[in-house]
Design a protein. Structure first.
Length: 296
């Protein structure tokens, strides 16, 4: 089997470079032909994958975190080839949220999923921002959740702790915004602290932001947190680790396939944990657009 191995040497605080020799050896010992591609700068993985000859590729493997996978997905969705091979994930990033939905928790799990050679369909979600089209596989949020991502970005070396610090920092300056949604033709308005478009369960590595999401149901969950106080946010936030925050009366969950979202003021976004894009947005589900290696 011919494998295109896309690895981010800086993922997981440099773990990408440290683990690459072992990953390469394990795949070669399993009888695979491995073609490595090392990323150097932001969106380099997108450029690499966009230019690959997918007809000569059996599997593409993402060695990194959610950000690396985000770039690979955008490369695949912009590749001119009609054949798109399955995607494997070897999770060595900070969060590795999406891999958890595939029951892949460690480097060894990722290798085992590729060797197992069983894949499953996964919905991909497109979003248009500033007249440009992009794609995500995990989730995209704006408001408080994106503010936290921005605050925690310089602290990524701390792992999960970075996000917790970002939450506490943004709690002190909690803001709300006007939110207008059009979901499959129906219009809604909220005074909200955040809005999340969810395709999968996990975010920031260990938070069950959308516990009822499914990867291949042809829909996304649109989660809105209506305006609450700092005290109430502080009390509710810990529940996200078990997914019980969705029982809070200020958490509203819609389901849909095509959403238009606008805010006052404009808010920047965090697709798959990346700080990227601003509202307004148009968001659409592309059912079963990709296949992913899985241990499910």
């Amino acid at each position: 089997m011919k494998i295109q191995l896309i690895f981010n040497p800086h993922a997981g605080r440099g773990r990408g470079m440290k683990t690459y020799p072992e990953i390469h050896r394990l795949l070669k010992e399993a009888g695979h032909e491995v073609i490595p591609h090392r990323t150097i700068y932001r969106f380099h993985a997108t450029e690499i994958v966009k230019s690959l000859n997918l007809y000569e590729t059996d599997t593409i493997i993402s060695v990194g975190g959610d950000g690396t996978l985000f770039e690979i997905v955008n490369g695949l969705m912009n590749n001119a080839g009609k054949k798109i091979p399955p995607v494997g994930i070897i999770p060595i990033g900070t969060g590795n949220s999406f891999a958890k939905d595939l029951k892949i928790f460690t480097l060894e799990d990722g290798i085992r999923a590729v060797k197992r050679n069983i894949s499953r369909p996964v919905d991909i979600i497109s979003f248009t921002t500033e007249n440009s089209l992009y794609y995500f596989v995990n989730n995209l949020g704006f408001g408080f959740v994106a503010d936290v991502s921005l605050s925690s970005e310089p602290l990524k070396r701390l792992g999960y702790t970075a996000y917790a610090i970002g939450v506490l920092k943004e709690m002190t300056r909690l803001r709300s915004h006007e939110l207008s949604l059009e979901i499959d033709g129906k219009k809604y308005h909220h005074k909200a602290n955040f809005c999340y478009f969810c395709n999968s369960v996990w975010v920031a590595g260990n938070m069950k932001i959308s516990p009822t999401s499914r990867l291949d149901d042809g829909e996304m969950e649109i989660m809105v947190l209506n305006q609450i106080t700092r005290k109430e946010m502080l009390k509710t936030f810990p529940k996200v680790f078990k997914g019980t925050h969705i029982k809070h009366p200020s958490v509203i969950i819609y389901r849909g396939k095509h959403v238009k979202a606008s805010t006052i003021p404009a808010k920047f976004c965090n697709p798959d944990g990346e700080i990227f894009g601003v509202t307004p947005l148009e968001v659409k589900v592309l059912p079963s657009a990709l296949q992913f290696c899985t241990l499910e």
